[in-house]
Design a protein around this ligand. Structure first.
Ligand SMILES: C=C(O[C@@H]1C=C(C(=O)O)C=C[C@H]1O)C(=O)O
Length: 293
């Protein structure tokens, strides 16, 4: 019992008191966020706003693996992970979404879209990697073989007919010319009329999260109020113009999971099931926040 342990510390040696202190202090909640620019507005001062949260950054697909393996407790994971995993709940209405061109999720094709036979997929991605296959299947009846494109490799490293890139590196315009280029946010809006949700905060069902949902919303509200400053701070690190970073954060992305985003998410789930890229019957569960609609 904690009280008994605390009393014992009055007479404890150094080592014993260390053990007792670690009994008293709950372990930190390990929070994993995406390392790309698009996620910076979601984590502004998060460690100060949340009780006992420890933040780490990584690529989306690696965060997905970390959450599945229990190496983190809460993760800003690709939305497809929540659609595939019946053990996950969405926490907070903070997310990475778009309603129109997203700028940082692109498919470059060396052949006309209906002729794509081999598709290289950015290994950092899970959601966009699924979305691009859905759109090729549904719009062109094309089911290409897929190969991974490692994060450190460039477009030129693969001879695939088409290449999906996401994140900071996809913001840069490639030097090579392509037969066709898709901005997946733009194509999704044209096709469905809906926003698209790329990433959401997810937690395993049995994980206690205390006030973290509130902290995630407050961090997002703080970040959204200072997009100019985030752009100024982050653009030089990525080798992009501050104006590009600012416009990306302000005009391409949105950070709120509202009713229209939930509709987009549900349609994505339906299409992923239809294409055989997600299992049936996984409920979208939202912890302490908006309903799935
Ligand atoms: C818009 C983006 O959203 C990201 C795309 C993801 C994916 O495709 O799996 C996952 C997390 C998001 O941060 C991007 O990285 O460019």
């Amino acid at each position: 019992m904690k009280t008994a342990g605390y009393n014992k510390s009055d007479t404890a040696t150094g080592n014993e008191s260390q053990t007792i202190m670690s009994d008293l202090i709950p372990p930190p909640i390990r929070v994993g966020a995406v390392s790309y620019l698009n996620s910076k507005p979601l984590i502004e001062d998060l460690e100060d706003l949340a009780d006992n949260a420890e933040l780490m950054l990584d690529y989306p697909s690696l965060l997905a693996d970390d959450l599945a393996a229990g190496r983190i407790d809460v993760g800003l994971v690709p939305s497809i992970e929540v659609i595939r995993n019946p053990d996950y709940e969405v926490i907070s209405n903070a997310c990475v979404a778009t309603q129109g061109p997203v700028l940082s999720v692109k498919m470059y094709s060396r052949v006309p879209l209906g002729e794509i036979k081999r598709l290289a997929l950015d290994m950092g991605s899970r959601t966009s990697a699924t979305l691009v296959r859905i759109m090729l299947a549904e719009q062109y009846g094309v089911f290409p073989e897929v190969e991974p494109l490692p994060i450190e490799q460039t477009i030129e490293a693969t001879e695939a007919d088409a290449i999906l890139l996401i994140g900071d590196r996809a913001i840069h315009t490639p030097e090579t010319k392509f037969v066709a280029t898709w901005d997946l946010g733009e194509e999704w809006l044209r096709w469905t009329g809906l926003p698209f949700v790329f990433a959401m905060w997810a937690v395993r069902r049995d994980q206690e999260t205390g006030n973290l949902d509130t902290a995630l919303c407050r961090a997002r509200d703080k970040g959204v109020a200072m997009l100019d400053e985030i752009a100024r701070r982050e653009a030089p690190k990525l080798g992009i113009d501050v104006a590009v970073a600012e416009s990306y954060l302000k005009n391409n992305l949105s950070f709120y999971l509202g009713p229209a985003e939930c509709c987009g998410l549900r349609l994505f789930q339906e299409l992923a099931i239809k294409t055989g890229l997600a299992p049936e019957g996984v409920p979208l569960v939202f912890r302490n926040c908006i309903s799935a609609g």
